[in-house]
Design a protein around this ligand. Structure first.
Ligand code: GUN
Length: 292
């Protein structure tokens, strides 16, 4: 069994970007910039956004966080997004989800310029992904493919089984692995909670991508020997041996499943760190598309 070290790959990607940004600075060019918009005071969202902003600063990227009141109206929020759509110093815009109930998320996502849609959530980005055109791919799926690439895991003709059908992970990773490209070109099955017998599907996986949102759901009797396991889950479970009183586990029962795996991502330290790395990478890509 080989561990897929997302923490290591993510810091490699950040270093690569940092070097490219240093080059831009040396030649007096503008640097890529990311505008993050946070509405309200959801504690998890606050942590995610500050960690995204900190990562920008670490690699020399421009970063701004717009912290907005939970009571902001949809129109006011769209006005702020429009300001960044026009701003030449910000090449990527992200609106942290979820948004308060009175705001229509779809409308907000659609108000972001597709050229600055570094989260890959805009219907134009999603549509381009489905028809195999170059686009912004949402960060977690892009991070998963990057891990497969950097570990040179053969995906051609392999059976990728995705468990979960979310717009952020399940659907985009299924479309990504279906594309006729290197590190894709797989046969893809998407299954989900309505399946009568999930293990019927998971047992067939050469590459299993678990994005279910339930702690340690995938057990060793649900996979075949030699499977490549990509665990997207981030779940808190009670742990009295930990001073915090909890620990973070994935959607896969790591101890037992790792024994049957050829490769496996740990939680934490697998897919998680890749999400921010790909956000930075997408922002750099937007910078290049927009011409700096
Ligand atoms: N909320 C949870 N994950 C994400 C993400 O990747 N991007 C944004 N914008 N919001 C999120």
């Amino acid at each position: 069994m080989q561990l897929i070290d997302g923490k290591k790959i993510s810091s490699e990607i950040k270093n690569e970007l940092k070097l490219q940004i240093e080059e831009l600075k040396k030649t007096g060019k503008n640097v890529p910039g990311l505008a993050a918009i946070l509405v309200g005071d959801n504690p998890a969202s606050q942590i995610y956004v500050s960690s995204k902003s900190k990562s920008c600063q670490e690699i020399g990227m421009r970063s701004i966080v717009e912290k907005l009141s939970v009571n902001i109206s949809e129109d006011e929020l769209i006005e702020i997004i429009n300001k960044y759509n026009e701003d030449k110093n910000y090449h990527g815009i992200l609106v942290q989800l979820p948004l308060p109930k009175h705001i229509n998320e779809d409308k907000i996502i659609e108000s972001i310029s597709p050229q600055k849609d570094i989260d890959g959530f805009h219907p134009i980005s999603v549509g381009n992904l489905v028809i195999g055109k170059e686009t912004f791919v949402s960060c977690t799926p892009a991070g998963i493919q990057e891990l497969l690439k950097r570990y040179e895991i053969d995906t051609q003709g392999k059976h990728v089984v995705v468990v979960g059908r979310s717009n952020i992970v399940g659907k985009p990773i299924a479309n990504l692995m279906l594309q006729k490209n290197r590190f894709a070109n797989s046969v893809v099955t998407v299954c989900h909670s309505a399946a009568k017998d999930l293990s019927y599907f998971t047992k067939q996986a050469d590459i299993l991508i678990a994005a279910i949102g339930q702690a340690e759901f995938i057990k060793s009797d649900m996979v075949k020997d030699g499977v490549v396991v990509i665990d997207v889950g981030i779940n808190r479970i009670e742990d009295n041996t930990n001073p915090k009183g909890y620990k973070i586990v994935g959607d896969v029962a790591f101890e037992e499943v790792s024994k049957k795996s050829s490769y496996i991502t740990p939680v934490p330290g697998g897919v998680g760190p890749m999400t921010i790395a790909m956000l930075l990478s997408n922002t750099f890509k937007a910078y290049k598309i927009l011409g700096g």
